[in-house]
Design a protein around this ligand. Sequence first.
Ligand code: CA
Length: 416
Amino acid sequence: MPLKYSWVESANTANHPFPLNNLPYCSFKTPGGKMSCGIGIGDFVLNATALEESALLKISDELLLNEGDWTKVIQRDMHCWTDVRDQVTELLKIDATQKEHVKPLLKPVSEVELHIPFSINEYSDFYSGRNHAENVGRIFRGEGKALPPNWLYMPIGYCGRRSSIVHSTTPIVRPWGQIKHSSSESPVYEPSSRFDFELEMGTIVGRGTPSRVSVKEADELIFGYTLLNDWSARDIQAWEYQPLGPFLSKAVATSLSPWIITKEALEPFRVDAPPREVELFPHLKDNGPMFYDVNLSVDLAADDAPATTITQTNFKEMYFSSAQQIAHLTSSGCSAVAGDLLGSGTISGPNKNERGCLLELTWGGEEPLMLPSGIKRTFLEDGDTVTIRGHAQGDGYRIGFGECTGTIQPAEPAWL
Ligand code: CA
């Protein structure tokens, strides 16, 4: 599929993240204005709430965008999602007849404040990146025992805290926690010194389901994708995770990028599943290409030095797709609800410079990362800024995901 041309000229550039092919959804505010639904097009945000109020966009008999987030649309089904996208494409295409009515509803992205664009219901974080799981296994358990015995059979996950999800750019305060140093028999309570990021993709479940679903049905429930950083305190995690998995080490904060990239925008970028070593159960079996070719990168800005790209990988490195994660999630009778957020699991490529967290990049802290500025890092220091970016590369156009960023703040003083 080639670049679709729009009358919004900035959207017609080959490397622009928001061409007409993309149409990502956001929530935004202008100074003194109310929260509104927005759609990214070129250098602008189109006010979709105003579009609906003025009947240029008609989704339903009732207004769905009047509260300034996309929740009521997310709760509908894929026919509704396609309809919205088709109508907006008509309004923004190069020869749109309504251009003069739509033009006043554009605001420069640089002048708006972006917010999480939907009401998050529940948050589950998976562990479905094979390279990451194997690297972590090797770091903690040594060669030959890389993957846990269950790993190839199901998408391993845990239930996270919805309250821990924060918008991109929210400062991240270094957490306190129980930490057990190898030099001591007992844990101490102190600020984490092995604080890390995790490069992940967030999946937004649209219309939910009260019952078990196939992988194909699960795929139809997915509304879209965002960038996600699952901040992780490795030292707290190492002490607390046995036997029930991570808890506070992952509940510090999870940052979400402000743009939802719809599943439809990513359709041209679907790729096949990786080779399977064990046969998957029928309810988890691959059903066509359900992985995506999306380039991902992480920049680290340490101290006052310029940001450096410390890893580059791809969403297609996943072993289980989001649809398989949803099929697994519902397979014991748990319902999926509109607004559920899934973390993919850390996405690492096979090579050293493709690892999706510092734990892997520095091999458990044993191989510090040397940045071009001469600064050395094992884990994150106060003042460090981590920025995740992503885009799918089409034929003469890009589907950009925007940014997911956060800066580490010093731990608060001891409180008791
Ligand atoms: Ca994670």
